[in-house]
Design a protein around this ligand. Structure first.
Ligand code: ACM
Ligand code: ZN
Length: 547
């Protein structure tokens, strides 16, 4: 206690010496994404032995956020901040109060207000998600060492006095992780989710099936994990189509249904929704290795061990394909509470369908114009399955070709054209154009020399200019833009390289999706990023160091 009192005096002295109280307090506030409104004032709140956390009584979600705050602060400070039920309207001295009472409903489902004074810290939000985001802000107001998982000595655990009012600009703030081309361990996936939450991102788009591997256990089709999850490639970046690996070493893995429930629960406790992606009709050849009867040719096939897109796709003329996918999706919706289920829909070559008697018979019977309309027929049938299970379909912008399924949401990746078209047709959109959101791409020209040639250069500064709302849309059409995603495809990004692909670019994306557009300022952001790096260092994030 004595030491902390001294620290308080010291902090006040520094502020006085700095000449400008506002500036001294303000310079400490480097939160990313930048809060909507920040009003600093002199002084600090000191977290010490006597500090307690009061949680609004009778609300388990609020109590859980209070416990989460206590757990976040415990390792570095060595303090066990007790969580107590709030019994009086008054906020006791030396305490945090976490509550949904008397908060401003205009802050919506994810906004919060935070008032830090010398005597206490009051965090209010209409909903528990807002409280959770308020805690992320608090973490970033404390010294960077707060992120240490071991006790740190000699640090004064102070929070600058400030009043913050904050809410997100977009409701969908996501990131895709491709766990097919590279398998990622369960702890790694959880850590990825944790870092998303730290930056107030709320969607984890989990790419679980693709040509080079099927990663989700489906009880009814055990061969998907016995066979489709494994390839002859060994670990490491994938080689190009015309230069296959010269090894038979088996590489792969899959997530059991227990693993998935564990990850989904973990994400839920961090207010992150896991959106699974089960690719169809293309990017599906790993499933065809195990079940070749679902293909147009009957196989046999091998799990693809290179980059590239397989010509072998689900046969759209075969009823068994739809039975299989309905069974798979039945298990998927049991595992994932997400309203949205991603069905891929991108890059489906039509070569096999053009030659397949069953696919051609389907085109004729359904009065379809061509193979693009056959793809649209496919997606519409799958949408009916999902709607019957009270879920909604989301797919890449190719699902616009041949006609959109009636209630589909479109993820625009080939630029913003798909976003514009879909929103003009009255459909919801998630924007992730390659130009600003493909974080598997190189940061610089120099780095590009060793990357596949389809990848353009994407420095963090360019990510920071990402604008999910196209100007030529009417306000009503703009309301269909739910938000955006930063995508980590993993052709050349094994697990140990994911951090440096994602960070710092994800911090820039987080700010474009959360903070008001008027506050966007690269110089200000890059200044805050320099301080933020210290936090990422303590968190053990192996971010890319841009020159
Ligand atoms: C994609 O990058 N093929 C969606
Ligand atoms: Zn076919």
């Amino acid at each position: 206690m004595k030491k902390q009192t001294k620290a308080a005096i010291f902090a006040v002295t520094i502020i006085a010496l700095a000449g400008s109280v506002t500036l001294a307090a303000d310079t400490k506030i480097t939160v990313i994404p930048k809060p909507t409104q920040i009003k600093p004032s002199p002084g600090h709140f000191i977290v010490g032995q006597k500090t307690a956390i009061y949680a609004q009584s009778g609300c388990s979600d609020v109590e859980n956020v209070a416990k989460y705050l206590s757990e976040q602060l415990r390792p570095a400070t060595g303090l066990s901040l007790v969580v107590l039920e709030q019994s009086k309207a008054q906020v006791p001295a030396d305490s945090f109060l976490v509550t949904t009472e008397n908060s401003d409903s205009a802050l919506g489902d994810e906004g919060y207000e935070l008032l830090v004074t010398k005597t206490n810290v009051v965090l209010r939000a209409p909903k528990p998600a807002g409280l959770f985001y308020g805690v992320q802000t608090l973490r970033q107001l404390l010294p960077p060492q707060i992120e240490s998982r071991k006790k740190v000595l000699g640090v004064d655990w102070t929070i600058p006095c400030v009043e913050i009012t904050d809410k997100p600009r977009f409701e969908w703030r996501g990131s895709l992780l491709d766990c097919c081309r590279q398998f990622m361990t369960v702890p790694f996936v959880k850590r990825y989710i944790d870092l998303l939450a730290y930056h107030k991102m709320n969607r984890f788009h989990w790419h679980l099936t693709d040509d080079p591997g099927w990663r989700i256990e489906i009880k009814k089709y055990p061969k998907l994990t016995e066979i489709s999850a494994w390839r002859n490639s060994g670990p490491g970046p994938l080689r190009s189509w015309d230069n296959p690996p010269k090894t038979d070493e088996i590489y792969g893995g899959y997530y059991t249904q227990d693993d998935i429930r564990d990850i989904v629960d973990y994400a839920k406790s961090r207010y992150v929704t896991v959106v699974p992606e089960i690719e169809m009709p293309g990017h599906s050849s790993s499933a065809l290795v195990a079940y070749p009867e679902l293909s147009c040719t009957g196989g046999p096939f091998k799990v693809q061990n290179t980059m590239g897109i397989s010509d072998d796709v689900y046969c759209a003329g075969n009823e068994k394909t739809f039975e299989f996918l309905e069974d798979v999706l039945s298990e998927v919706v049991e595992l994932f509470p997400s309203l949205y289920i991603h069905i891929g829909g991108d890059e489906c070559p039509k070569k096999r369908w053009e030659k397949c008697p069953k696919c051609q018979a389907r085109i004729k019977a359904e009065g379809l114009k061509d193979e693009h309309e056959l793809q649209s027929y496919f997606v519409k049938r799958i949408e009916k399955v999902l709607l019957s299970k009270n879920r909604r379909l989301i797919g890449w912008d190719e699902i616009l070709e041949g006609g959109l399924a009636p209630q589909a949401t479109v993820q625009s990746w080939r630029g913003m054209k798909g976003a514009i078209e879909a929103s003009q047709q009255g459909h919801d959109v998630v924007a992730s154009p390659t130009s600003h959101c493909y974080f598997d791409y190189p940061y610089s020209k120099e780095q590009a020399a060793s990357f596949p040639d389809w990848m353009s250069v994407l420095p963090t500064e360019k990510v920071y200019t990402f604008e999910p709302l196209p100007e030529d849309l009417t306000p009503a059409q703009q309301r269909h833009i739910l938000g955006g995603e930063g995508n980590i495809w993993t052709e050349v990004a094994p697990q140990e390289q994911v951090d440096s692909r994602a960070y710092p670019r994800l911090t820039a994306l987080a700010e474009t999706l959360w903070s008001p557009k008027e506050l966007r300022n690269w110089n200000d952001f890059s200044g805050r990023l320099q301080s933020h790096y210290k936090r990422l260092d303590v968190l053990g994030v192996d971010y890319y160091k841009e020159k």
